[in-house]
Write a protein that binds this ligand. Structure first.
Ligand code: 3PY
Ligand code: MG
Length: 252
């Protein structure tokens, strides 16, 4: 199966990515049917264990959205298990050096490009019988830039063979740069960091992605030059929809 996210990115079509923190196959299925290009199961900050992640990936594969996973850290064993469970791309947090980026990509690739162990399980069910032949090409790899060190090493990280691009974790990045976590910070250091990521990605012809807190914020990020945006997660959307409905019901 072609990775439609990689196909869109190759044609410069922006990718809108959903984000799941709630451990439920049912809510994954609902979100997957709403029109997102991709939906990410968040093992880092979501309340999600392996068994839930598996049912969520199964649910997503019955929708048009490409199933992605944000892993907890740069752990090859977890990356392998999520790919075997049918993730078609991995977002890896806290990548700060080129060595870390190389290790991350190697964990997503079969030999000779990497060191992923062979046992594709649901990869075959989602990707098709020829998955072993095309997995190295189709699996999306995004390294999260969310530390001062990662920003300093951005160019070397982007030079990593097989890395599709970077995804800014704006909360962590602004926490290390400015002392306060914020997804939509307008602190000058954060604004400069965001510009640096866009410019560096453009130069290296790599994908620039970022987490956002709303559709409006995501639209602004696309206008700034990002190709991969996440307009908030399921928890934020659920809470916001509830608050809006309550306010309308009460006539506020
Ligand atoms: C961050 O903002 O640090 C993230 O990891 C987004 O999920
Ligand atoms: Mg983060």
């Amino acid at each position: 199966r072609i990775n439609q996210v990689k196909a869109a990115l190759a044609e410069n079509r922006p990718v809108v990515n959903g984000w799941l923190a709630i451990p439920s196959g049912y809510s994954a299925e609902i979100v997957g049917h709403q029109g997102f290009d991709a939906v990410t199961v968040d093992l880092q900050h979501g309340m999600i264990d392996f068994a839930s992640a598996l049912t969520m990936l199964q649910a997503l594969s019955a929708t048009p959205a490409v199933p992605l996973v944000r892993v907890q850290n740069n752990n090859p064993a977890q990356i392998m298990r999520m790919l075997d469970a049918g993730a078609y791309g991995i977002i890896c947090p806290m990548i700060s050096t080129a060595d870390e980026a190389r290790a991350f990509v190697a964990a997503c690739r079969y030999s000779p490009q990497g060191n992923r162990s062979f046992g594709p399980a649901r990869g075959l069910l989602y990707g098709g019988a020829d998955y072993p032949q095309h997995a190295n090409r189709e699996i999306l790899t995004l390294a999260m830039i969310e530390t001062r060190e990662g920003l300093a090493n951005l160019d070397a990280i982007l030079a990593t063979d097989g890395l599709d691009g970077v995804f800014i974790g704006p909360n962590d990045l602004s926490l290390t740069l400015t002392g306060a976590a914020s997804a939509e910070s307008d602190h000058p250091e954060m604004l400069a960091a965001v510009e640096q990521v866009i410019a560096c990605c453009r130069q290296r012809r790599k994908v620039a992605g970022i987490f956002c807190t709303s559709g409006a914020a995501a639209a602004r990020r696309i206008a700034e030059g990002f190709q991969f945006v996440t307009p908030a997660n399921d928890v934020m959307q659920l809470g916001r929809a509830a608050r809006e409905a309550i306010a309308v019901a009460r006539g506020n």
